[in-house]
Design a protein around this ligand. Structure first.
Ligand SMILES: [Fe+2]
Length: 169
């Protein structure tokens, strides 16, 4: 479905994602990552941004499997890197606004990943290995780290909506 939906406009994809109707695959032979319930953090905007992040990582995998040139793969990696940078700032702003105690530590995890993106473009790690790395990183980071944010919000009865973080599109 991911590949056959390539004709959909970016705006249409965003609207489907927002309504949780976008049909992301659970599994497939090429190793594309599908959305799983365990990835939900409970914060709508973060989940929404994570879904887009996964779409971008999947597009990298598709390009890899299609034998795209190094130049094309680096361009896609740059796209994912820039989106990750935006998304990390979103998360960090949310954490900062509610005095989340793990803010600095979490921010350093984000910095580390951005550095890995930078290295992947120039080092001989290999794009396939980097795809496996980024896939594993996303799953671990989302389920082990990002989910703690909602726990903190719930444990401290924070009125999250007043920060207008969960913006509507
Ligand atoms: Fe994070």
């Amino acid at each position: 479905m991911f590949q056959s939906d390539a004709w959909l406009s970016y705006g249409r994809r965003l609207r489907l994602l927002k309504r949780k109707e976008y049909p992301m695959k659970k599994t497939n032979p090429t190793g594309i990552i599908g959305w799983k319930a365990e990835y939900n953090t409970g914060i709508d905007r973060i989940d929404f941004e994570h879904k887009i992040f996964l779409e971008l990582v999947n597009s990298f995998k598709i390009a890899l499997d299609a034998g795209r040139t190094k130049e094309e793969l680096v361009k896609i990696l740059t796209e994912i890197e820039k989106y990750a940078e935006f998304h990390f700032i979103s998360e960090e702003n949310c954490m900062f606004s509610i005095n989340y105690p793990g803010y600095k530590q979490h921010q350093s995890l984000h910095f580390d990943l951005l550095e890995q993106f930078n290295l992947a473009k120039y080092e001989e790690l290999g794009f396939s290995k980097f795809y496996e790395f980024i896939k594993d990183w996303f799953i671990m980071h989302t389920t082990q780290e990002d989910t703690r944010l909602k726990e903190f919000i719930d444990e401290n009865n924070i009125e999250f909506d007043i920060f207008r973080y969960n913006i509507s599109l």
